[in-house]
Design a protein around this ligand. Structure first.
Ligand code: FAD
Length: 610
C-alpha cells in the first residue's frame, strides 16, 4: 500500500533530522560541527557547490578576470581534489621531492571528488557509508602505476576477504513490480535463485507477458541464425538490446517495463545499451544458444571500505598533508580516523588543500620558456571573493567539460573535443534504518525495482575492519544503499544524460525524501517496515556529473583511438596538463590515478625536467 506520507514523518535536512531521528554528533565533533561527512540531506554536488561553474559555462566571466592577488606562488596548482588530483600531487612529489609547493583547489566542502564519505552516529555507534565511488574494481586489470600507488598507501588488495563478514548469509535478492507498469505492487523474492517459471508465476503479470518473459529466460535458442560468430557480434554491436528483444527475440512490447529500468554498465538502458554489451553481460537474458566470438576476461582485484574509495582519498590526504589525520594511516586505521579539516590548508605545509574554491580561470601569464617560474595564473572563487595564485604548472583534474570555459585560450578543436562527453547522472542515497528485521523476514539483502525512483536498494556491505563493525544482526541499525539513474528513455544516450542532469538539479530534497519513504514503504511494508518509525537518517549523494562518459558502438563513431575526443581533448597546453577519469573515457579509480600520473609526466616535459 502506498501510505500517504504525513508531514511529521519527514526528516527534511540536517537540523530536524538530527533532532528528530536519534542521530547525534559525536563528542569529537563538538569543535567541528560542520564536519563534512556528518552532513545529511542533499550532498554530492550539493546546492551552493556548483553554481559558479555554471556561470563560467554561461560566459559570465568574459575576457579578463580581475581578482585579488594573493601573492601565493606554487610549483603546481591542481584544479580538482578528487582521486585524480590527489594522485597527481602524490606523483609530482615522487618526481620532484616532498618540498615542492602544491595547492589543490576543489569546489566542494570535502575532498575526494566522487570518493565521498557519509557518516552517521546513532545508537552509540558510528555507521559509515559511501557517497560515491564504492570499490576498487574494474573490468580490466589495474595498471602498474595505480597498483603501486595503492601499495604505497598501504593497501594489500589480496587481503580484502578478511574484512567482509557473513552477516547476510542465506539472504537473496528480490524484484519489486510496481503497479504503474505491472498489474499491481508486489515484491517477488528469489530473483535469480527460483526457477524462472516459478519466479514469473509469482509476479503480477498478464498471462501473455508472463509466458513471454519465461520463454526468454529459459529458452536456449539462437535468435540470429545464419550468421557466423563474427557477423553476429557485428550485428549486435549495431542494434540496441531493445531492438534485439523486440525484433529478433520476438518479445511483446508489453514486456519492456521489465527491462526499461535495468541499468547496465555506465547507466545504459535497454534502449541505449548495444545488444552486444547485453550479450556479454551475465545479467541479460536472450543469448543462451548463441555462439559468440571468445572474449578475454581479466578483471581487477576487488577491495571495498565502509566509506568506499573515500578511504583511498583519505589515505592520499594522510600521505600528502601533515596534521589532517593522526599520523600515517593504513588500510585499516583509515576507517575510523577523524580528519582535522582545519589542517588541510596550512601555510606551513608543502601541500595545501583549499576547499569550497571554484576555479573560474587558468591562463598563461605570457610566453613561457622551460625556465619560466611564474608561468600561469589561476583564479578561483571562495566565499564570494575572486582570488588569484600563480604556478609553474597547472593540472586540470576537474571534469573535462568545464575546461573550455575556464581555459578560454585553448584551441577551438581541443575545446570541441573536451565538450564531446556527457557525464552520467547518478544518485547514491544512503538511508539509515533502525534495524533490518523486515529484510531478514523476507530473506533478502537487495531489491531491484525496474521502474522505481531508485532502481536498486541493498543492505550495505557487511564489514569488520580497523575496529569498525557494521550491523551483523537484524536488530542493529544498518545503512540501505539506494541507486538512482535519472534519464529519459527514447533519446540518444548523451541526451538522456543531459535530461537526467537537469532533472536532478530541478528536484529538491523534500521531493527526494518523499520518494524514498514512499518507495521503501511500498517495497517493504508487507514485512512490517514502517518508514515513519524505521528511517533514522538520509543522505542523498547527488551526482549530476557522475561517471565519466564511455564510448559505445551505438552512440559514438567507430574511429581509431587516437582520434577519440578524450585523447584530442587531453593534450597538454603550455604549462597546463589535463587529468581526471574523463581524460581516460573510463569511469574507474585506476584510470583516475593513471591520468594523474600522465598529467604529471606532461608537466615535467613542459619544463624539460625529464
Ligand atoms: C556514484 C559513482 C560511483 C562510482 N563508483 C565507482 C567504483 O565503485 N569504482 C571505481 O573505480 N570508480 C567508480 N566511479 C568512478 C569515479 O568517478 C572514479 O573512480 C574517480 O573517483 C574519479 O576521480 P577524478 O578525480 O577523476 O574525478 P572526480 O572525483 O570527479 O574529482 C574531480 C573534482 O574536481 C572538482 N571540480 C570540477 N570543476 C572544478 C573547478 N572548476 N574548480 C575546482 N574544482 C573543480 C569536482 O567537483 C570534483 O570534486 C564512480 C563514480 C560515481 C559518480
Amino acid at each position: 500500500m502506498n501510505r500517504p506520507i504525513a508531514r511529521r514523518d519527514f526528516i527534511s535536512g540536517v537540523a530536524v533530522g538530527v533532532a528528530a531521528s536519534g542521530l547525534y554528533l559525536p563528542a569529537w565533533a563538538a569543535e567541528a560541527p560542520d564536519y563534512p561527512p556528518l552532513k545529511t540531506g542533499l550532498r554530492g554536488q550539493y546546492p551552493g557547490s556548483f553554481e559558479t561553474a555554471h556561470m563560467a559555462r554561461d560566459g559570465s566571466f568574459g575576457g579578463a578576470v580581475p581578482a585579488d592577488d594573493s601573492g601565493e606562488h606554487y610549483d603546481l596548482v591542481i584544479v580538482g581534489g578528487g582521486i585524480s588530483g590527489l594522485s597527481a600531487a602524490h606523483f609530482y612529489r615522487q618526481a620532484l621531492g616532498d618540498d615542492r609547493k602544491i595547492l589543490i583547489l576543489d569546489n566542494h566542502d570535502d575532498f575526494g571528488g566522487h570518493a565521498k564519505r557519509n557518516e552517521f552516529h546513532y545508537g552509540g555507534r558510528t555507521i559509515l557509508a559511501y557517497g560515491g565511488t564504492m570499490s576498487i574494481e574494474s573490468p580490466f586489470p589495474y595498471s602498474f602505476t595505480s597498483k603501486k600507488l595503492l601499495a604505497d598507501l598501504g593497501v594489500d588488495l589480496a587481503s580484502y576477504e578478511r574484512f567482509e563478514t557473513k552477516a547476510y548469509a542465506g539472504l537473496g535478492n528480490a524484484t519489486f513490480f510496481d503497479r504503474q507498469h505491472f498489474l499491481n505492487d508486489k515484491l517477488v523474492t528469489g530473483t535469480g535463485k527460483k526457477p524462472w517459471p516459478q519466479f514469473f508465476a509469482e509476479a503480477p503479470l498478464s498471462p501473455a507477458v508472463r509466458a513471454d518473459l519465461t520463454r526468454l529466460h529459459t529458452q536456449v535458442k539462437d535468435h540470429l541464425p545464419g550468421l557466423d560468430p563474427e557477423a553476429k557480434a557485428a550485428a549486435l554491436k549495431a542494434m540496441s538490446y531493445q531492438d534485439y528483444l523486440l525484433k529478433h527475440a520476438g518479445m511483446l512490447p508489453e514486456c519492456l517495463p521489465f527491462f526499461t529500468g535495468q541499468g547496465y554498465r555506465n547507466n545504459k538502458r535497454v534502449d541505449t545499451l548495444p545488444a552486444w554489451e547485453a550479450a556479454l553481460s551475465k545479467r541479460a537474458p536472450g543469448f543462451a544458444g548463441m555462439t559468440l566470438p571468445g572474449q578475454i576476461h581479466a578483471e581487477a582485484q576487488h577491495f571495498h571500505w565502509p566509506d568506499g574509495n573515500a578511504s583511498v582519498a583519505r589515505l592520499l590526504v594522510s600521505a600528502l598533508v601533515p596534521g589532517v589525520f593522526p599520523g600515517k594511516l593504513d588500510q585499516e586505521s583509515v576507517v575510523l580516523a577523524p580528519a582535522n579539516y582545519a589542517a588541510l590548508d596550512n601555510a606551513k605545509n608543502a601541500v595545501r588543500i583549499r576547499l569550497s574554491s571554484m576555479v573560474i580561470r587558468a591562463e598563461h601569464l605570457g610566453p613561457v620558456t622551460r625556465s619560466t617560474e611564474k608561468a600561469a595564473r589561476v583564479v578561483y572563487v571562495k566565499d564570494g571573493q575572486r582570488v588569484a595564485v600563480t604556478a609553474a604548472n597547472v593540472i586540470l583534474a576537474c571534469f573535462n567539460n568545464i575546461i573550455p570555459f575556464i581555459v578560454p585560450s585553448l584551441p577551438q578543436a581541443q575545446k570541441a573535443a573536451l565538450l564531446y562527453p556527457s557525464k552520467v547522472p547518478m544518485q547514491y542515497t544512503n538511508v539509515l534504518l533502525r534495524d533490518w528485521k523486515a529484510w531478514a523476514k523476507l530473506g533478502i539483502k537487495a531489491i531491484h525495482a525496474p521502474n522505481g525512483y531508485h532502481t536498486t536498494t541493498a543492505l550495505d556491505t557487511p564489514m569488520a575492519i580497523g575496529g569498525y563493525r557494521s550491523a551483523q544482526t537484524p536488530d542493529e541499525p544498518v545503512v540501505l544503499h539506494m541507486v538512482r539513474n535519472p534519464n529519459s528513455p527514447g533519446s540518444p544516450r548523451k541526451e538522456q544524460n543531459r535530461i537526467g542532469r537537469a532533472d536532478m538539479l530541478a528536484t529538491d530534497y523534500t521531493t527526494i525524501e518523499r520518494e524514498i519513504r514512499s518507495q521503501l514503504q511500498r517495497m517493504l511494508g508487507s514485512a512490517g517496515f514502517e518508514a515513519a518509525r524505521d528511517i533514522a537518517g538520509i543522505t542523498v549523494n547527488r551526482w549530476p556529473h557522475g561517471y565519466s562518459y564511455t564510448y559505445d558502438t551505438l552512440g559514438d563513431p567507430d574511429v581509431p583511438d587516437e582520434q577519440r575526443p578524450h585523447i584530442l581533448g587531453r593534450q597538454s597546453f603550455g604549462r597546463m596538463a589535463i587529468a581526471n577519469a574523463d581524460a581516460s573515457a573510463s569511469a574507474f579509480t585506476n584510470t583516475a590515478i593513471d591520468m594523474g600520473e600522465r598529467a604529471v609526466q606532461e608537466c615535467l616535459i613542459s619544463r624539460g625536467l625529464i
